[in-house]
Structure formats: structure tokens, C-alpha cells
Design a protein around this ligand. Structure first.
Ligand SMILES: NC(=O)c1ccc[n+]([C@@H]2O[C@H](COP(=O)([O-])OP(=O)(O)OC[C@H]3O[C@@H](n4cnc5c(N)ncnc54)[C@H](O)[C@@H]3O)[C@@H](O)[C@H]2O)c1
Length: 347
């Protein structure tokens, strides 16, 4: 059944539709929301042969496209500039519409292009990975990487429309699906334990539409309170602090983002236990293993702590850690860098 969630942001309201089969009705839903003269679709080289024509054929107006090479290594300013040139070549104006069709990389690049081209053009996100459906397509963070680090250039820019069709996940490689599941588990632990109960079922993929809806609802609620990431939105970083450090130590190739987050969540649970709180790690480890995600931190603890220091610089002498008090409830917890150093040695 179609579910619609709304999010009010600084640049207007986003409507988020979730429904199996929605890709084949996207043209109609887009027609109810926008009245552009032209549409430009940005996608990548893996998604284009799977879904681009199915989307394009639904529009009676002129549709142009940019097909980016697939992969995080292409999430660069050069990709954004290429989109600007294509937009100009096809005669796009501020009244027209840009659609991002793809995973988080396509969504982030396209969102940034839409935020900045002619100082802002309407944007529709059609996310095609689980990660993009439960996380990156919602909330308005857009941007690209620099050689110095990930997501260093960007803008907050809400898509006017997000169309989530769980059926497109059927073509995802298992490992890419599992990556998105790390974020799903994260949502369960920080805000809604019922998601964990659903994921623990052996046939949980049958309920993926409900799972996506529950996750998006959490993201919507958090972003509605803290759109520009100055406080509560940090709660979405459960597992990401040590996860980012592990990802960095593996040069962003040894571990995928979801794998790093899975390990980071287990470490955060151990850290809670070391601070004297209940040890909630065993059921989390079981769930992640069932999904096919790693749970062991294999990097040198000193190197992990050093990688964390870049976070420490951001927050002064303390690092903000997201700790789970009980499944479904987490808190932003500042930890002194020296104390954190001792905990990390014991992980
Ligand atoms: N903006 C945000 O709030 C936010 C949040 C989390 C992550 N991100 C960003 O998201 C990116 C990661 O996103 P991702 O994991 O979706 O990566 P991705 O976009 O690279 O997609 C992963 C792979 O799956 C392929 N793919 C996409 N949809 C497919 C489908 N339906 N069938 C088969 N293959 C498909 C893609 O071509 C790509 O090769 C990172 O750059 C990260 O920084 C952004």
C-alpha cells in the first residue's frame, strides 16, 4: 500500500512516497507535483541499463540525461560540472526538474548539482539502493568528495519529491543490500526496536517495504527537528564514529560503509559495557551475522583512536558518541578523549 511521509525543510516540503512498483507510476506522481517544460535525469552506468528507459518512457515532455560512471571514486566536482554542461546543452531553466535515479552516490552528486545550478532547480530523488532508500535520499544532505576526504563540499537541499520503490532492490548485489541493512539495524537500535524484531525474522525481506517505511519515518522525524545537523541529527551516527575510523584505516576499500558501520555499532555496544552500562552486544552481533555483516574490529586500537582524533578536533576535548541505552533508545554521550583512549585500548 502507498505510504506518504512529509518533511518540512528550509527550501520547502518534501513528500516521500513508498510503494512497491512505484517506479512504473513515477511519471504520474511527478506530474501531480511538478509542471516542468523539460526533465533531466541523472543516473549511473549500472542503473541506466536497468531502469532509465522504464522511467523515461513515462514522460511526454523532452527528457535529457547524464549517465555518470558508477562508483564512489567518481563522486567529485568534475561530475557536478559535467551535469551543469548537460543541463545547459539541453536548455534546462529554473522552472524545470532534475531527477536523481540511483544510489547514494548519484543522489548526493545530483542533489548538489540541483542545489547550485542557476541557484536551485527542483529535485526529485528516486533512490535505487537500500542505503539510499532508508538514508541518503531523505534529509537534504548533498555533496561530493575531495581528495582530502569524503563529503567535504556540499549543501543542504531538500528534494521536493522522493519516490521509493522497494522492487528495484531485487537487482542489487547481496553485499550492497547488506550494506543498507547496517543502516536499518542502526535505526532499530536508536529509535524503534520493532524494526529489530522484523529484521530478526528469517524471511524479513518479505517485509522490506514496512522496514523501509519505519526507517524513513525515523529519519524524517530527526531531520524535521535538526535539518542542518547541529544537534539531534547526530543520533543517526550510531556506529559511525568508530565505523568511519575503520573505513579510513582500510583506505575506503577494505570495508564497505555498511560493513564499517556494523563493526562500529558492535564497538559502541562494547564501549557502553566498559563504561558500566548493560552489555547489549550479543543480540546485535547475532543479527548482523545473520544479515551477512562483519562484527569484529581487526585494526590496531591505537590507529583507530588516532583516526578518531579528527572528530575530537571538531568537538574539542570530547568526542560525541552515540550510545544505546536499550534497543530502540540512544543518547548523544560526550566522552573525554583521554577516557575514550583507555576504552578503545580495551575493545
Ligand atoms: N546524503 C546523505 O544523507 C547520505 C547518507 C548516507 C550515505 N550517503 C552517501 O551515499 C553513498 C553510498 O550510497 P550507496 O551505497 O547507495 O552507493 P552507490 O550509489 O555507489 O551504489 C552502490 C552500487 O550499486 C549500484 N546500484 C544502484 N542501484 C542498483 C540497483 N537497483 N540494482 C543494481 N545495482 C544498483 C550502483 O551503480 C553502485 O555500483 C556514499 O557516497 C555516502 O557518502 C549520503
Amino acid at each position: 500500500m502507498a505510504q506518504i511521509l512529509s518533511l518540512s525543510g528550509a527550501n520547502g516540503v518534501s513528500d516521500i512516497h513508498i510503494e512497491a512498483g512505484l517506479l512504473d507510476r513515477a511519471g504520474a506522481v511527478i506530474g501531480e507535483t511538478f509542471s516542468p517544460s523539460r526533465i533531466h535525469i541523472v543516473t549511473d552506468s549500472t542503473v541506466a541499463p536497468l531502469y532509465l528507459d522504464r522511467l523515461k518512457q513515462q514522460f511526454a515532455l523532452p527528457v535529457s540525461e547524464t549517465v555518470l560512471p558508477a562508483g564512489e571514486e567518481y563522486k567529485r566536482l568534475a561530475a557536478v560540472e559535467g551535469i551543469y554542461h548537460d543541463l545547459l546543452a539541453s536548455g534546462m531553466t529554473r522552472k524545470d526538474l532534475i531527477i536523481a535515479l540511483g544510489g547514494g552516490v548519484t543522489g548526493d552528486i545530483t542533489g548538489f548539482a540541483a542545489a547550485t545550478f542557476l541557484r536551485g532547480v527542483s529535485l526529485c530523488q528516486i533512490p535505487t539502493t537500500l542505503l539510499a532508500q532508508v538514508d541518503s535520499s531523505v534529509g537534504g544532505k548533498t555533496g561530493v568528495d575531495l581528495p582530502e576526504g569524503k563529503n567535504l563540499v556540499g549543501a543542504f537541499y531538500q528534494p521536493r519529491l522522493v519516490l521509493i520503490d522497494p522492487n528495484v532492490l531485487s537487482t542489487l548485489p547481496d553485499a550492497t543490500f547488506a550494506d543498507g541493512m547496517a543502516e536499518v539495524v542502526k535505526y532499530g537500535y536508536i529509535a524503534n526496536r520493532e524494526i529489530l524484531d522484523l529484521v530478526a525474522q528469517p524471511d524479513y525481506k518479505q517485509n522490506i517495504e514496512t522496514i523501509i517505511y519505519e526507517c524513513v519515518k525515523i529519519k524524517r522525524d530527526v531531520v524535521a527537528i535538526d535539518e542542518h545537523d547541529t544537534g539531534l541529527r547526530m543520533i543517526l551516527n550510531f556506529g559511525h564514529t568508530i565505523g568511519h575510523a575503520a573505513e579510513k584505516l582500510g583506505n575506503y576499500t577494505a570495508l564497505t560503509h555498511g560493513q564499517a558501520v556494523a563493526i562500529g555499532m558492535v564497538c559502541a555496544m562494547h564501549l557502553s559495557a566498559l563504561r558500566g552500562d548493560a552489555d547489549l552486544s550479543a543480540p546485535l552481533v547475532r543479527l548482523l551475522q545473520q544479515i551477512g555483516l562483519p562484527t569484529e574490529l581487526t585494526y590496531d586500537r591505537e590507529a583507530i583512536f588516532n583516526a578518531l582524533l579528527s572528530d575530537k578536533k571538531k568537538f574539542g576535548a570530547t568526542v560525541n558518541f552515540i550510545l544505546v541505552r536499550e534497543p530502540g533508545r540512544a543518547e548523544i554521550t560526550p566522552i573525554e578523549a583521554d577516557a575514550l583512549h583507555e576504552f578503545i585500548k580495551q575493545l
